[in-house]
Design a protein around this ligand. Structure first.
Ligand SMILES: Cc1ncc(COP(=O)(O)O)c(C=O)c1O
Length: 363
């Protein structure tokens, strides 16, 4: 696969900023976008000129093959306001590595880390005013690549478009932690072994919408996905990985091949190990969790993901049985993880893991 990259990013600045049109105190997730975006085309077996330009519409035709066959990958990551001179990118190296893994699974040409990080730094410097400053807020960053050949055949595209767009997001827990309720699905699975579950690809999300809608109609926040073969082992949740504190052991479903390898999941595991919890990445069945709850051994359940960081789970329903976890509040381990990860992200807690990539605004 040819991954030749341009080493210089061409920059065209927006003539005016749209920031005045945005109420930074009232941000809806992913609805408004910063002044600039990154764009790069792949054709004739190579990535072409990297370009930072004003955010705006892209031209496509109805024959665009991604619209028909879904050959697309994306990432979701964040940048955090530290002070007037610094913005922290959180774990861009591992996000980029996962981006390339998703590309390999979807037959999309990989991209270089040098262009990725230069694109992010360029965008952050140009759009620094868009990084919200309040604790809990962040700049959400969405890199994505899609097949963009105008060709109605179900085969690998020969051309691609790579973009990075950015969106300021408000505090996820503006009104305090709100534990979510999960239900297993009797009818649906998210991903099968050998399928695309561990890639961050568009179709995985489209396929989860109907079961998620049904769960919401039944009064639950999201689906707790079980494995596709035995319908027994817990995998993950909507856009989060899942963790269980059973006695003093943190149990997390192993990366089975059909689970997305969450960056926050990895941060949670590294911190829990540093705090000398026993951490087990292994298969964990829904029956084991229901039983641990009945035995009074299930102390905490929480999800992990870029959007919420840590999301406490207050209820799990499975085959007509329901278990309550905690007392409607976040548990002590989940809270410590949330405080530590966000503290590192905002540059307020020492980053011993090398997770943050500081961008200096006026180098
Ligand atoms: C299916 C799925 N699982 C888990 C996660 C959590 O991953 P991360 O912590 O990298 O955001 C996400 C979000 O990206 C997701 O879409």
């Amino acid at each position: 696969m040819n991954t030749t990259m341009a080493s210089i990013i061409k920059v065209d600045k927006a003539a005016t900023s749209r920031i005045q049109e945005v109420d930074m105190n009232n941000l809806d997730f992913g609805r408004c976008f910063t002044d600039h975006m990154f764009e790069m085309q792949y054709e004739s077996n190579a990535w072409k000129t990297a370009h930072v330009k004003p955010f705006g519409p892209i031209q496509i035709t109805p024959a665009l093959n991604v619209l028909h066959y879904g050959q697309a990958v994306f990432e979701g990551m964040k940048a955090f306001y530290v002070d007037e001179h610094h913005i922290n990118l959180f774990r861009p190296d591992v996000h980029h590595a996962r981006f390339n893994r998703s590309c390999r699974r979807m037959c999309i040409p990989e991209t270089s880390y040098e262009v990725f990080i230069e694109a992010l730094e360029t965008l952050i410097r140009l759009d620094a005013a868009w990084v919200p400053q309040k604790r809990g807020t962040a700049l959400y960053i969405r890199p994505f690549i899609f097949a963009n050949e105008d060709y109605l055949a179900a085969r690998v595209s020969s051309t691609y478009a790579y973009h990075i767009i950015m969106s300021p997001v408000g505090a996820y827990y503006a009104e305090g932690f709100n534990p979510v309720s999960l239900t297993t699905s009797p009818d649906f699975v998210r991903a099968v072994p050998g399928g695309t579950g561990e890639a961050k690809t568009a179709g995985n999300y489209a396929a989860s919408f109907l079961p998620a809608q049904q769960a919401q109609q039944d009064g639950f926040t999201q689906v707790l996905w079980l494995d596709a073969i035995e319908h027994k082992y817990i995998e993950e949740v909507g856009t989060m990985n899942i963790h269980f504190l059973i006695d003093d052991t943190l149990v997390t479903p192993s990366l089975s091949g059909s689970v997305l390898s969450g960056i926050t999941r990895d941060s949670v595991i590294q911190l829990a190990k540093q705090w000398e919890y026993e951490v087990q990445e292994r298969r964990v069945s829904i029956d084991e969790i229901m039983q641990a709850s009945a035995d009074g051994r299930l102390k905490e359940v929480f999800g992990s993901g870029t959007a919420a960081v840590i999301s406490p789970v207050g209820l799990i329903a499975h085959k007509g049985q329901e278990i309550q976890i905690g007392n409607g509040k976040i548990g002590p381990l989940a809270e410590r993880l949330y405080d530590t990860i966000t503290g590192i992200q905002y540059g307020q807690i020492e980053d011993r893991f090398g997770w943050t990539h500081p961008v200096t605004l006026h180098p």
